[in-house]
Ligand binder design. Sequence first.
Ligand code: SAH
Length: 314
Amino acid sequence: MGYANALYYAQKDPFKDFTTSPEIGQVFGELLGAWSAFVWQLMSAPPRVALVEAGPGRGTLLQDALRTIQRVAPDFARAIDVHLIETSPRLRAEQATRVADATWHDDLACVPPGPSIFLANEFLDALPIRQFVRKADGWAERHVLRGGFVEIPSAGPKREALPGSVIEVSEAAENWVSGLARRLAAEGGAALIVDYGSENRVGDSFQALRAGKPADPLVDPGSADLTAHVDFAALGRAAASAGAIVWGPITQGLFLRRLGLWERTAALEAANPGRHMQLRDSAWRLASPDMMGELFKVMCITQPDFPVPPGFGQ
Ligand code: SAH
């Protein structure tokens, strides 16, 4: 999965296969920009701060976030150094057209030390998973052999499940989050992770999309986007045991409403009457329970001794 996705992101235009929240409406990036500005104040406004995005796609989220930050929090704008974690040379070039003065890195470990604010939308779902199948007499793991799936007896995950259930584990995502949490605990800061998934879920969520349609993941590796739901409970445990504090997850709909989704949408409508329907439609797609409002979750990870981050209070 990891190898196929590295090929896929290096060669293809993923946005022909799927769309994401920042591509649906400018309000998403704007609200995350405002969130970051508030968090910087809660961090006691360090004079230099890294604003880091993992897996920035086309760069739209940060473009919208930085425009808002320049307008509502000029002091924060002056303090920011932008860092992007992106392995695809193709997408790096596209990000450079929307985000000025950024520094690119292949990996979290390359981002220079210091206080930081991290944003990651639909990044962790692209990292590889393992699938375990509960049999009557123990566990098996799904492997790929000669173009097909085979099940090989295994010690299994550290969880119980009914026979027939599939449990997915992403060591790559858990390790990434532990590295992030260790960094935040040592250097200070906060991270916002947005993705689809839930806590302690059971079931096969492995999915391939080619030309926007479900496809066979084993045909022509690198031609389809491979993803799986994110296990927020596992990520929360990884972050907590690395010494950080975990907030949420809460649903994307609730988070965006608490940050002022509808107020900002109304202001944009007043300023752009011609785009009224489109702005309403975007906000509705981002927050409605039957669209992205409930399947997508938002989790925040902070340094210890941090006040309640915006959106996570009662
Ligand atoms: N956040 C964007 C794009 C999501 S697509 C949006 O919301 O629109 C996933 C992004 O993660 C792409 O930019 C892809 O190139 C990047 N990516 C995937 N696997 C990665 C890895 N292992 N390391 C760094 N970036 C990765």
